[in-house]
Design a protein around this ligand. Structure first.
Ligand SMILES: NC(=O)c1ccc[n+]([C@@H]2O[C@H](COP(=O)([O-])OP(=O)(O)OC[C@H]3O[C@@H](n4cnc5c(N)ncnc54)[C@H](OP(=O)(O)O)[C@@H]3O)[C@@H](O)[C@H]2O)c1
Length: 314
C-alpha cells in the first residue's frame, strides 16, 4: 500500500516507518523541517515537508502523494509536561487532534483514501467509575477535572471524526503509556526516567490509579497490523498487565536503579500537581488488549511492563 505517515519523525513514527517499509509498503513521511528529510530517508520513507495545522499545505501534500492510507501520529509532546496545567501543556497536541485530524480527513477524502488510522490514548480519557480495566466499549469520562476538559474534548473529536468517516475505514488506536527507545522512559534517558531518578515522581495517596503501558516497538507492530487487518473502530494497544501506580512506580524505580519513590498524601499531591496529577495517580483506569489481539493477530513482545522496564534499566 502507499501510506502517508503524519508524525513520521516522532517516537512512534521512527519505529513505524521502517516496519511499514519492511512489510513492502511504499511510505511517504511528513515533517515540518527540511533537516529531518535525511532521517526519513534512512528510516525507509520518502520525506515531504508540511505543517499539518495549515489546511492548504495538508491538501497539497495529500493530493501530491495520493496515498491509499493515512496514518496520523501527530502530537506535540516533546516538551516538559506540566501536569498541573494539563490542557495548557496539551494545547498544541489538542489542535493536532482536532484541526490536524479534520485537515487530514478532508484531504484524504478528496483523494479517496481507503484507510485512515489515528493515534489516541488509553488511560486518563476513560470514565473513572466501575472496573479498573476498560474495553473499547466502555465510556470516556463524562465529568473530567476542569483542567483536562479541553484535552478530553480533543480526544473525543478525533475518535468520533475518524470512526464516523463513512467513506473510509477509520481506525483509532488507543495506545497505552509509551516506554522504550526514543520515549521519555528509555535506556538513553528521558524526562520521565529523570523524574524517577531524582525522586520527583511520588506515589500520591493510595497510588490506586491504574495505568496501561506499551513498549514503543510493540505499539509500532500493532499499527502495522492494523493497517491490513484492522476494521473500522477503536483498538486498545496496551500490554497484558494494567497495574496501579503503587505497583508499577516502585518497580520502575528499582529497574532503573533509582531510590524508592516518595509517598505523599492527596492534599499535598494536589498542591504540587493539581487536580489532574491527583486523578492520574489515584483514579485513572487501565485498558484491555483482548480486541487488538483477537482482530489484529498481534501480541505484544513485552507482555508486561515488568520485563519491559527491566530492559530500560539494563
Ligand atoms: N501514548 C503515549 O504515551 C505517548 C504518545 C505520544 C507521545 N508520547 C511521548 O511524548 C514525547 C514526545 O513525542 P515525540 O517524540 O513523538 O515528539 P512530538 O513532538 O510529540 O512530535 C510527534 C510528531 O508530530 C509531528 N508534528 C508535530 N506538529 C506538527 C505539525 N504542525 N505539522 C506536521 N508535523 C507535526 C512531528 O514532526 P516534526 O517535528 O518532524 O515536524 C513528529 O513527527 C515522547 O517521550 C513520547 O514517548 C507518548
Amino acid at each position: 500500500m502507499k501510506v502517508l505517515v503524519a508524525g513520521a519523525t516522532g517516537a512512534l513514527g521512527k519505529q513505524l516507518v521502517p516496519r511499514l517499509a519492511a512489510d513492502g509498503h511504499e511510505v511517504v513521511g511528513i515533517t515540518r523541517t527540511d533537516s529531518k528529510l535525511s532521517l526519513l530517508r534512512e528510516l525507509g520513507a520518502v520525506g515531504v515537508v508540511a505543517d499539518l495545522l495549515d489546511p492548504d499545505q495538508v491538501a497539497r501534500v495529500v493530493a501530491d502523494t495520493a496515498p491509499e492510507a493515512i496514518i496520523h501520529q501527530l502530537t506535540a509532546l516533546n516538551r516538559p509536561f506540566d501536569i498541573k496545567h494539563f490542557d495548557r501543556t496539551l494545547e498544541e497536541t489538542n489542535r493536532l487532534r482536532t484541526e490536524g485530524t479534520d485537515h487530514l480527513l478532508a484531504a484524504g477524502r478528496a483523494v479517496g483514501v481507503k484507510r485512515f488510522i489515528a493515534q489516541s490514548y488509553a488511560g486518563w480519557p476513560f470514565a473513572r467509575t466501575g472496573g479498573g480495566v476498560k474495553t473499547e466499549e466502555d465510556p470516556l469520562d463524562p465529568a473530567p477535572p476542569q483542567v483536562m476538559r479541553k484535552s478530553l474534548d480533543a480526544i473525543r473529536h478525533l475518535e468520533s471524526a475518524v470512526t464516523g468517516a463513512d467513506w473510509t475505514d477509520g481506525i483509532v488506536l488507543r495506545y497505552g503509556g509509551f516506554y522504550g527507545p526514543g520515549t521519555s522512559l528509555s535506556r538513553e534517558g528521558g524526562a520521565q526516567l529523570e523524574q524517577i531518578r531524582r525522586r520527583k515522581f511520588p506515589v500520591v495517596g493510595d497510588g490506586g490509579g491504574i495505568w496501561s503501558f506499551i513498549q514503543i516497538e510493540d505499539a509500532a507492530e500493532a499499527t502495522v497490523a492494523a493497517l491490513t487487518r484492522g476494521r473500522r473502530g477503536i483498538y486498545n494497544v496496551v500490554d497484558d498487565d494494567p497495574a496501579p501506580v503503587a505497583q508499577w512506580l516502585p518497580a520502575a524505580a528499582r529497574a532503573v536503579g533509582a531510590p524508592a519513590p516518595r509517598h505523599v498524601p492527596r492534599w499535598l499531591g494536589r498542591i504540587a500537581a493539581g487536580e489532574a496529577g491527583v486523578v492520574m495517580m489515584t483514579e485513572v483506569r487501565g485498558a484491555s488488549n483482548e480486541k487488538a489481539k483477537r482482530e489484529l493477530g498481534w501480541e505484544p513482545r513485552h507482555g508486561s511492563w515488568r520485563e519491559g522496564f527491566a530492559e530500560v534499566g539494563a
